[in-house]
Design a protein around this ligand. Structure first.
Ligand code: NAD
Length: 334
């Protein structure tokens, strides 16, 4: 057995964490022979609830969990981390403007970025889930200048999985028969789910999704809006936001960082846009198609971008640039 790795989950008393922690503890993310010290952070008023989560994790009797630490203190939570999964954030309340939500969260992620800088290993992999995920991730990244930018990513894998699932449902196959969908841009309703390079296995043969479906108007219309608005549809139906599917997507994202992507496949994640080959401005935290090897991502190169895609990729970049401007204006005046 190797040395234990130290993994932090923030927002650990929340609903995503409740679906996530068991999968981390049972070896589904870092492998069945990787011992883990699991650190749970939440805010002080949630310590009672977090204590219940801690008890349940103990009661799961998971052999890979060498220790579980529940805390409301950043110096304890961020110390010597190998992986930080930042789920906790300020939820949107009734009547709250998007700008106010952004400000409240940028403040949290500035503090947590500074705590990463001060206490975590320089090799730490940071995954941001709490919304607005892209801009929170950029804020944390900028607040931890001694940790490589490439170590930061935000979750768009749930959108990616939603896109795969919609194609699979339409074609009557399972979602593992669909690969290489792309989510471009922001984890918001401006995201662009793109299947122009996606493939599907049909009757044992791999074909392009456009060729397989022969329904361009659905692919360019309802498919895109369904994926873009899936989060809102789940909230409307469940009266709570996606948690089980978000936790599953976090597991997929982190497992791929740890073990790499399968040969010939790419996945979507929000990463720093510096030097990207698709004309997206630098210094944005934008979702791209990537492959991962040796815990390092690389943007997939050489995909042709048609006019339809170009417009949608630029629109979501524009929204991210505006979010960044609001966030940084606030940070510089705070
Ligand atoms: N990127 C994605 O694909 C995606 C998908 C689903 C949800 N989300 C986002 O994930 C976040 C969490 O969702 P949830 O359903 O678990 O919410 P939740 O409200 O059930 O839980 C959030 C938890 O975070 C805690 N928290 C708040 N501020 C904190 C801080 N400063 N430090 C540590 N913990 C803090 C809260 O006390 C709460 O326990 C939300 O922002 C949600 O919008 C993102």
């Amino acid at each position: 057995m190797s040395e234990p790795i130290r993994v932090l989950v923030t927002g650990a008393a929340g609903q995503i964490a409740y679906s996530l922690l068991y999968s981390i503890g049972n070896g589904s993310v870092f492998g069945k022979d990787q011992p883990i010290i699991l650190v749970l952070l939440d805010i002080t008023p949630m310590m009672g609830v977090l204590d219940g989560v801690l008890m349940e994790l103990q009661d799961c009797a998971l052999p890979l969990l060498k220790d579980v630490i529940a805390t409301d203190k950043e110096d304890v939570a961020f110390k010597d981390l190998d992986v930080a999964i930042l789920v906790g954030s300020m939820p949107r309340r009734d009547g709250m403007e998007r700008k106010d939500l952004l400000k409240a969260n940028v403040k949290i992620f500035k503090c947590q970025g500074a705590a990463l800088e001060k206490y975590a290993k320089k090799t730490v992999k940071v995954i941001v889930v709490g919304n607005p995920a892209n801009t929170n991730c950029l804020t944390a990244c900028k607040s931890a200048p001694s940790i490589p930018k490439e170590n930061f990513s935000c979750l768009t894998r749930l959108d990616h999985n939603r896109a795969k699932a919609q194609i699979a449902l339409k074609l009557g196959v399972t979602s593992d028969d669909v690969k290489n969908v792309i989510i471009w841009g922001n984890h918001s309703s401006t995201q662009y789910p793109d299947v122009s390079h996606a493939k599907v296995k049909l009757h044992g043969k791999e074909v392009g999704v456009y060729d397989a479906l022969k329904d361009d108007s659905w692919l360019k219309g309802e498919f895109i809006t369904t994926v873009q608005q899936r989060g809102a549809a789940v909230i409307k139906a469940r009266k709570l936001s996606s948690a089980m599917s978000a936790a599953k997507a976090i597991c997929d994202h982190v497992r791929d960082i740890w073990f790499g992507t399968p040969e010939g496949e790419f996945v979507s994640m929000g990463i720093i846009s510096d030097g990207n080959p698709y004309g997206i401005p630098d210094d944005l935290l934008y979702s791209f198609p990537v492959t991962i090897k040796n815990k390092t991502w690389k943007v997939v190169e050489g995909l042709t971008i048609n006019d339809f895609s170009r417009e949608k990729m630029d629109l979501t970049a524009k929204e991210l640039a505006e979010e960044k401007e609001t966030a940084f204006e606030f940070l510089s005046s705070a």
